[in-house]
Design a protein around this ligand. Structure first.
Ligand SMILES: [Zn+2]
Ligand SMILES: [Zn+2]
Length: 124
C-alpha cells in the first residue's frame, strides 16, 4: 500500500589481511537485505524523510546502494582471519607460524640475569 518491499541477496568478494599473520585474504560473503521503500508522493509529516532513516522511491526508482552497503558492512568480520585457528606470527622473529609451526627459540633470558651470560662467555 505505502511502498515497495525489496528483498535481495548479494554475494560480494572480500579482500583484506588476516589480523594475526597479515597474509592476504580472499573471501566471499553472502548477504541478504530487506527494506521498505515508500512512494515519494506520500505526505510525511515533518522534515526530510531521509533524516528519519526512511527509504523513499524516486520516480519509481530505488537506490539500492545504501541498503547493500549497510548489509555488507554488518556481514564483515570484525577481525578477519585467514583461517579460524591461524597461529599468527612468532612474537620473537615474526616468522609465519602457519608455515613453520615447530620453530622455537632459546628461552628468553630474564634481563635481570642477562649480565651473567657475559661471565659465561669469559669462561669459555
Ligand atoms: Zn592468518
Ligand atoms: Zn620465531
Amino acid at each position: 500500500m505505502e511502498g515497495v518491499l525489496v528483498t535481495g541477496e548479494a554475494r560480494v568478494s572480500l579482500e583484506g589481511e588476516c589480523v594475526r599473520c597479515l597474509e592476504p585474504i580472499d573471501d566471499d560473503v553472502d548477504v541478504t537485505f530487506q527494506e521498505l521503500f515508500l512512494y515519494d508522493d506520500q505526505d510525511l509529516q515533518g522534515g526530510d524523510p531521509e533524516d528519519d532513516g526512511v527509504s523513499m522511491l524516486e520516480d519509481d526508482l530505488l537506490d539500492l546502494e545504501p541498503l547493500l552497503r549497510d548489509a555488507v558492512v554488518l556481514a564483515l568480520p570484525f577481525q578477519p582471519l585467514c583461517e579460524d585457528d591461524c597461529p599468527g606470527l612468532c612474537t620473537e622473529c615474526g616468522a609465519l607460524l602457519k608455515d613453520d609451526p615447530d620453530h622455537t627459540h632459546d628461552a628468553v633470558i630474564d634481563p635481570r640475569w642477562a649480565g651473567l651470560t657475559v661471565l659465561q662467555h669469559d669462561e669459555e
